[in-house]
Structure formats: structure tokens, C-alpha cells
Design a protein around this ligand. Structure first.
Ligand SMILES: Cc1cc2nc3c(=O)[nH]c(=O)nc-3n(C[C@H](O)[C@H](O)[C@H](O)COP(=O)(O)O)c2cc1C
Length: 337
């Protein structure tokens, strides 16, 4: 048992009377408030150098922070200090929006899982762009995840993504097109070939654009996404987002199975692995892959790399295993350069 799971996690899981989102906000505030000297000390302690160049971007190590943890980039300088080799902020939308009603984030401890139905609560793409302009250069590459505003009808989705894209593009090393969140009605239909072609046709340009896909797509549906990616010059795919499936929950968490939202963490590990493996085989290894879903130890990460991922990201593993996981995973994935 690590110091984190023995001593820090029990305290964190009690913040806000056990409300998971209160713990999340508390953590973000603490990280955002880290003094520069503390950040530098942490960086020296945690940062593993194992560089890889993927879609033309040099990543100092292969482990990224997955989208959704720091939607508005409030704690951006802290993540590299915890060892992350890249950070994906967002998902942001063209219009600032509050997201769904709380509670909307649930820990399923026995399953090392989380269910969330946040619904893209975010301060909007313009606020993020302003924050990124103020921050200046970061020590690691930055991805910005874009989604569709809730008020925008699906037929106008392209304009909505494009508005966000124009605002954040100058600051992003890559753009993630999130068409796979289960918490915005209709969003996942943008994974359909025709919709995706329209979206990629409008967005692919100066900055690498990656498509983030759902783990619940069938293999033929994934193959269509990959065809659209190839036709429009997408730089890669991010596999995967959270799942609507409730397979793999521990008996103690069954009472949560009916909670609406996307499931992440341990129950997603196998499915994410299968999707990465399929994408790699289907594209003959020619399309870069960021593997994400259920990485709770270094072995989960190396299995995704072995299946064809070039980089990995994590979110739920950070909640259950703490910052030590980042360094352990970074050490386990060799650099290329
Ligand atoms: C609370 C929460 C919020 C999330 N928000 C986003 C988001 O805004 N955009 C996105 O692309 N993915 C989002 N995700 C999905 C993660 O980026 C990741 O794809 C998924 O959780 C699987 O990885 P994990 O098992 O390591 O958590 C969110 C996940 C969680 C748990």
C-alpha cells in the first residue's frame, strides 16, 4: 500500500462529506495554488524523461492527463510537476455552460471506478484561450479538447466546434475532437461517418487534430471513423472515452449501476485495450493512437502500448492511486528519440 492510498486518499475521499466533486474541486484548488518553488521541487522529484515524437510533436514522456480533470486549465502548471508528459485540457465548448445538476460524479470504490455525467461544465473556449495566453509557454505539450455546446443543435455542430477551434488553436499542440462523451444528448452521433467527415473537413488544418472515440462503438463503426480520419488527414485517435456499459462492477457497487453517465476506471481496462488493438490492426499501425481507459498500474499502460498505443492518458487511476502512478507509468514506457 502506498502512502497515498494509506494516508492521503482516506482524507480526500472524506472531503465535502464524501462528495466526489467536492474532493475534485478541493484538489484542483490545492494544485492551482502551488507556489512556483514547490512546483519546481516536485518537478525535479517526479519528472521522468522518456521522450517520444508522435504526429510531429515531441512529448517528454508518454503519460498524459486525460481530458475532463482540468477542464478550464486552472491548475495547468501543476500537472507537469506531478510528472505528466502532456496535458489535455477541456472539454471546452463555444458557449460557457454549467453542466448537469449535482450530484453528477460518483466513486465506485470497490470497482476502482467512477461514473460521471458532468455534461461539459466549463467556462467556455474564450475563457480558456485567455488563460492560455496569460500562462505563456508550458514545459509539456498541450492538447485542447473541444465539444459541442448544449444549446447548439446537432446540425450546427461544425460551426460550434469551429468557433472554439479558432480561439484555442494558437495555444494548442493538438486538438482533440470529443465526439464520444455520453453526457451531451446526440453528441455521439457525430461519430457517424457523414457527420465526422463534415467536422474533420472543417477542422483539420494547421494543428494536429485527433478524434476521441467511445468504447461502445462496434468494430465496423470504428472502421468508419478510421476511414474518415484517413480521408481528412486526422493526426490520430484517442481511445477511449467512458463507457455506458456497467459490466465489471463489484457487487458492493451494484447499487450505483443505474446512475446515468459514463463509467471509467478498472471496468474499462479490457475494453480500451481491445479498441486500441483493433485501431492498430485496422490502420496497420499508420495512425497514431493515444490509449486511455482503466490504467491503474504500469502494467495496464504497457499493455496498451504493446497493443499499439503511442501515448497513454489517465484520469480515474489518478483518483485511486494518486500522483505516484504517473511516475511509475512514465518509467514503464521507454522513450524513442
Ligand atoms: C469526471 C470525469 C470527467 C470527464 N470529462 C471528460 C471531458 O470533458 N472530455 C473528454 O474527452 N473526456 C472526459 N472524461 C473521460 C476521460 O478523459 C477518459 O477518457 C476516461 O475517463 C477513461 O480513462 P480513465 O479510466 O483513466 O479515467 C472524463 C472522465 C471523468 C471520470
Amino acid at each position: 500500500m502506498s502512502l497515498f492510498t494509506a494516508a492521503v486518499r482516506p482524507v480526500l475521499f472524506r472531503v465535502g462529506g464524501g462528495d466526489a466533486e467536492a474532493a475534485h474541486e478541493w484538489t484542483l484548488r490545492r494544485l492551482a495554488g502551488l507556489a512556483p518553488a514547490a512546483r519546481r521541487a516536485l518537478h525535479r522529484q517526479n519528472f521522468v524523461s522518456a521522450p517520444r515524437t508522435v504526429f510531429g510533436v515531441r512529448f517528454p514522456n508518454a503519460v498524459g492527463l486525460a481530458a475532463g480533470m482540468d477542464k478550464n486549465g486552472v491548475a495547468l502548471p501543476a500537472w507537469p510537476a506531478l510528472g505528466f508528459g502532456f496535458v489535455e485540457v477541456g472539454t471546452v465548448t463555444a458557449h460557457a455552460q454549467p453542466g448537469n445538476d449535482r450530484p453528477r460524479l460518483f466513486r465506485l470504490r470497490a470497482s476502482e471506478a467512477v461514473i460521471n455525467r458532468m455534461g461539459f461544465n466549463n467556462a467556455g473556449a474564450a475563457a480558456l484561450a485567455e488563460r492560455l495566453r496569460d500562462l505563456g509557454a508550458l514545459p509539456v505539450p498541450l492538447g485542447v479538447s473541444l465539444g459541442k455546446s448544449k444549446v447548439t443543435p446537432i446540425e450546427e455542430a461544425v460551426q460550434d466546434y469551429l468557433a472554439s477551434y479558432e480561439l484555442v488553436r494558437p495555444f494548442a499542440d493538438y486538438i482533440a475532437v470529443n465526439v464520444s462523451s455520453p453526457n451531451t444528448p446526440g453528441l455521439r452521433s457525430l461519430q457517424d461517418r457523414a457527420h465526422l467527415e463534415g467536422l474533420l473537413g472543417a477542422l483539420v488544418g494547421k494543428v494536429p487534430v485527433l478524434v476521441k472515440i467511445a468504447p461502445d462503438l462496434t468494430e465496423p463503426a470504428i472502421a468508419e471513423v478510421l476511414q474518415a480520419c484517413a480521408d481528412h488527414g486526422a493526426a490520430g485517435v484517442i481511445a477511449t472515452n467512458t463507457t455506458l456499459s456497467r459490466d465489471g462492477l463489484a457487487p458492493a457497487d451494484q447499487h450505483r449501476a443505474g446512475e446515468a453517465g459514463g463509467l471509467s476506471g478498472r471496468p474499462l481496462t479490457e475494453r480500451a485495450h481491445k479498441v486500441v488493438d483493433f485501431v492498430h490492426r485496422e490502420t496497420g499501425g499508420r495512425l497514431p493512437i493515444i490509449g486511455v481507459g482503466g490504467i491503474l498500474d504500469p502494467d495496464d499502460a504497457t499493455r496498451l502500448i504493446d497493443a499499439g498505443a503511442d501515448l497513454v492518458q489517465l484520469y480515474t487511476g489518478f483518483i485511486y492511486r494518486g500522483p505516484g502512478l504517473v511516475k511509475a507509468v512514465a518509467r514503464a514506457i521507454p522513450g524513442h528519440d
